[in-house]
Design a protein around this ligand. Sequence first.
Ligand SMILES: Nc1nc2c(c(=O)[nH]1)N[C@@H](CN(C=O)c1ccc(C(=O)N[C@@H](CCC(=O)O)C(=O)O)cc1)CN2
Ligand SMILES: [Mg+2]
Length: 288
Amino acid sequence: MAIIINGKQIAKDLNAQTQQRVAALAEQGVVPGLAVIIVGDDPASAIYVRNKHRKAVKLGIKSIVRELPATITQAELLAIVAEYNHDDSIHGILVQSPLPVGLDEQTVVAAIDPAKDVDGFHPLNVGRLFANLPGHYPVSCTPRGIMTMLGTLNEHLRGKQAVVVGRSMIVGRPMAAMLLNADMTVTVAHVHTKHLSELTRTADVLVVATGVTHLIKGNDVKRGAIVIDVGMDRDENGKLTGDVDFDGAVDRAGAITPVPGGVGPMTIATLMQQTVDLCEWSEELGSN
Ligand SMILES: Nc1nc2c(c(=O)[nH]1)N[C@@H](CN(C=O)c1ccc(C(=O)N[C@@H](CCC(=O)O)C(=O)O)cc1)CN2
Ligand SMILES: [Mg+2]
């Protein structure tokens, strides 16, 4: 039976650390600030944004949620991003994804000051991650949260095989870069990959982020592997489930994340961590 990686608990511990860092900053008269821009009325996005706001407030982070109508123009949205770029009380800016049709997400993300790019989606920060540049820069929160989870297992990753299934800009691609930067041998699989099961059975660390319910069965998992399920799918009864058949995989894996309560809670906890990182890094710059 595998170790069940308790994302809820790891997120709670991370939030407690973040809260302490916020308190230490407060003693210096500094308050980290987060601006979340949400466009349109996607119900799931509204819930994620509300959860981000509540968590930020709870940890002592100044939180601004800017709710905009789907009818906003690209130029108006860019002007709002520029407003927060110039606001010294804001250290992290993010635009909730997806944006309504007609707005170009890449252009909007590229307009965020890279030093305030709390989601780590700006091309400059993506490039830094892929080049494994030293120094401080933000990275995508879900894969960073997964690296934090892997860290709690105290397993040596160097030289081992990682397979990432999914190649999105938010999860798959940055995840592959982070595992590569941790000296793993990384293969990225996707919808066109042939003989997927044979490939996933080679993985010491298997990360699955496809949005395909139970794509990975127990037999697709190497014995003793660490299995990270980023999926958040609805089964036929509307119940939240993952891209991995948990019941099938739990007997073969060495460690596995559940859905819900695995990767999901780490995304927002890491966002809070990274908001405070950006605040501290900007203060360092200010004192040089
Ligand atoms: N600008 C961004 N947009 C989106 C991101 C992002 O990181 N930045 N990620 C996702 C949505 N997301 C945060 O924004 C997010 C998704 C899921 C969870 C989470 O806690 N999931 C729980 C289950 C919640 C439920 O019951 O539905 C879990 O998996 O346990 C947090 C954040 C896309 N957009
Ligand atoms: Mg994909």
